[in-house]
Design a binder for this molecule. Structure first.
Ligand SMILES: Cc1cc2nc3c(=O)[nH]c(=O)nc-3n(C[C@H](O)[C@H](O)[C@H](O)COP(=O)(O)O)c2cc1C
Ligand code: SF4
Ligand code: SF4
Length: 295
């Protein structure tokens, strides 16, 4: 019986989760970005786990692309785990739908609460939402989340070890369905988020895919020491070093690894992140993140 645990992670929450499940199941830990250059992904495993962060109540675009590359998902026991900051929304439901449309079946999907690693639109007096600030999570709250995480992983492991089926953990279902029904992500979300990120043009990409253009909001300030870590850590090779400085290439996953891992805190998003405390999971090292490059 062979198990493979695939993961995508920007700040390590999903990486520690995937790593822990891989240890418990004696499974092979595989970074999703390390297999994305393949035309199709054929797995010999009987059990497949997919671990990822929630992005805007949905699955990251890279997870969608990853599933569409998997070509033999039938007859496998597949489970998903999303990590989230305050609400996992319908991400497990969307994972279920995309797996189903590619010939597989999601046996179970779990949502694990972790520290939030992203930005929040910040209100500027006399104006509308003008920029973004990092949403910080107090250290005590982080510790509480890590303690609960351990217990939650134990229960997930027991569930999947027994090959049970039928748990699909979602939250704020009514609101999320209403958002979908009213098409609010397309009509409002896309316009507002891209505009405050500084994207001036027009795009027909659906909301989740349009996040690739959010990297118009990144810049690096004069604290940069030209170490190149941001370019090496980017899971989708979206950062080129030009004359020693990072330049974003507009196929971003918005994982925030570049900003959160920059050792000089030199990467900013818009105008209000320079004083924000950076976050990454305490048990993950920058070298663990670089493993994304290898298989
Ligand atoms: C682009 C983006 C969108 C996010 N959207 C949500 C969200 O809708 N709900 C939520 O609870 N957390 C959201 N988060 C927070 C992450 O899901 C959460 O911190 C996750 O554990 C990060 O995992 P990672 O460390 O593996 O990258 C978002 C983070 C990013 C980067
Ligand atoms: S990681 Fe930070 S300091 Fe290093 S090159 Fe990138 S922006 Fe500059
Ligand atoms: S550019 Fe930054 S935020 Fe975008 S995918 Fe790369 S590391 Fe993640």
């Amino acid at each position: 019986m062979c198990t493979e645990i695939y993961y995508f992670s920007g700040t390590g929450n999903s990486l520690v989760t995937a790593r822990s499940i891989a240890e418990k199941t004696n499974g092979k830990l595989i970074s999703i970005s390390s297999v994305m250059d393949k035309k199709s992904i054929k797995s010999d495993a009987d059990v497949i786990g997919i671990v990822f962060p929630v992005y805007h109540g949905d699955i990251p675009f890279i997870i969608r692309r990853f599933i569409t590359k998997m070509d033999n998902m039938d007859k496998k026991y597949i489970f998903g785990i999303c990590t989230y900051g305050d609400s996992s929304g319908l991400s497990i439901k969307y994972l279920d739908e995309i797996i189903k449309s590619h010939g597989g079946k999601l046996a179970a999907g779990f949502a694990v609460n972790m520290p939030y690693n992203y930005i929040t639109p910040s209100f500027v007096i006399m104006g509308f939402f003008k920029s973004f600030a990092l949403r910080e999570v107090a250290i005590e709250k982080q510790q509480e989340l890590f303690t609960n995480w351990k217990k939650k992983l134990e229960s997930i492991y027991e569930f999947i070890h027994a090959r049970k089926e039928g748990v699909f953990e979602t939250s704020a279902e009514i609101i999320e369905h209403l958002v979908d029904f009213l098409n609010l992500k397309e009509i409002l979300g896309k316009t507002v988020w891209l505009k405050i990120a500084g994207f001036e043009g027009h795009t027909n990409l659906p909301f989740q895919e349009s996040l690739q253009l959010m990297d118009y909001g990144f810049r690096c300030d004069d604290k940069c020491n030209r170490c190149g870590i941001c370019s090496k850590i980017c899971p989708v090779k979206n950062i080129k070093m030009v004359d020693g400085s990072p330049v974003w290439q507009h196929h971003c996953e918005q994982c925030f690894a570049c900003l959160q891992w920059c050792p000089k805190e030199a990467i900013q998003f818009g105008s209000r992140t320079s004083h924000g405390k950076r976050y990454h999971h305490p048990d993950v090292k920058v070298s663990d993140m670089m493993m994304c490059e290898k298989k």
